[in-house]
Design a protein around this ligand. Structure first.
Ligand SMILES: Cc1cc2nc3c(=O)[nH]c(=O)nc-3n(C[C@H](O)[C@H](O)[C@H](O)COP(=O)(O)OP(=O)(O)OC[C@H]3O[C@@H](n4cnc5c(N)ncnc54)[C@H](O)[C@@H]3O)c2cc1C
Length: 287
């Protein structure tokens, strides 16, 4: 068990030879409840100030990987879609411990923070021991998450922060989580979408991300691009194209058929709403 006080100390411990290398431990809500049970030795991250805080830079918002979901919810800087998704995670007791970084690094296709982070074009900051202090590399979230519980995190690396490039003022946005219950349920599917419409109702920016319907979150930039500078399409116009890309599975929580149908319905509802009168803000579909 190692409890470093600085990022340098943490990276030093992580640079240990294979076998002795400790496992990063943030809130422990995945590590303590995994099927294999806790497997140490652990590197406790809670004292690292470098992993904390939210700061607004000129061109990006920086979220510390060690932020708990409760801290995110309380911050006035938390962007709306991420706030909405975070509020749906577990119950306050878990949210007080569970961190943004742990949610990303666990790489579950059902993780609630992921669809908003894909939609915001999040970039992950990864630190490792360098010759003169920490060495950093940056990866877009889509290149970091490789599949269920598989990431591009290298041995000796820590996720220190998430950077969100300047976020457009979306005219409409939504985060939908479909689970067995309204609260305390793992997502059967999740859906994040956002759009910027101009005064004439023409789409200037459109983004959509689906969770739990494939090994990673699904975002189709080519389809998003095809909607730009157009009026909102009719039902089905674009959903069919998305449908061929969704690869849901049957499991104990739901069937593939249910997941695909619900996702496409959510997309259709969102697109349909874009074509109706002036409205700004959260377009909640499932309340
Ligand atoms: C009752 C319950 C309900 C839950 N409900 C939800 C829910 O509704 N939605 C949801 O998305 N999740 C849910 N979860 C899952 C869990 O709470 C989240 O995935 C949480 O964000 C994990 O964060 P953590 O800090 O606890 O991670 P930990 O358990 O500490 O770590 C998870 C993994 O990430 C690695 N890791 C953590 N931080 C870093 C870092 N900075 N750098 C490198 N690697 C790191 C660890 O080594 C480990 O492999 C629930 C869990 C429980 C127990």
């Amino acid at each position: 068990m190692v409890t470093p006080r600085t990022l340098e100390e943490a990276l030093e411990a992580l640079a240990a030879e294979q076998g002795e290398r400790p496992v990063p431990y943030a809130g422990g809500t995945e590590l303590m409840t995994g099927r294999a049970g806790p497997r140490g030795p652990f590197l406790f991250l809670h004292r690292l100030s470098e992993l904390r805080g939210i700061t607004q830079g000129r061109d990006m918002l920086r979220l510390g990987a060690g932020l708990s979901f409760s801290e995110l919810i309380e911050s006035p800087l938390c962007p709306p879609l991420l706030l909405e998704a975070t509020r749906r995670i577990a119950a306050p007791g878990v949210r007080n411990l569970a961190t943004l970084g742990g949610n990303i690094c666990h790489a579950s296709p059902a993780a609630d923070s992921l669809p908003p982070l894909y939609l915001y074009d999040a970039v992950l900051v990864l630190a490792s021991r360098g010759p003169r202090g920490p060495r950093y590399r940056r990866l877009p979230i889509g290149d970091f998450i490789l599949g269920p519980r598989r990431t591009a995190l290298r041995a000796g690396e820590l996720l220190t922060a998430v950077e969100l490039p300047r976020i457009p003022a979306f005219s409409r946005w939504t985060y939908e989580k479909v689970g067995a219950r309204k609260a305390q349920a793992v997502s059967k599917v999740s859906f994040a979408a956002a759009a910027v419409l101009d005064q004439e109702g023409v789409i200037r920016d459109f983004r959509a991300a689906f969770g739990a319907v494939g090994p990673t979150v699904i975002r189709r930039r080519d389809l998003e691009e095809s909607l730009r500078d157009r009026r909102p399409p009719g039902q089905g116009d674009i959903a069919g194209a998305y449908g061929s890309r969704l690869k849901p599975i049957d499991d104990q929580r739901s069937t593939a058929e249910y997941r695909r149908t619900v996702c496409l319905n959510l997309l259709n509802h969102f697109l349909e709403a874009l074509g109706t009168g002036p409205f700004t803000g959260n377009h909640a579909i499932l309340r």
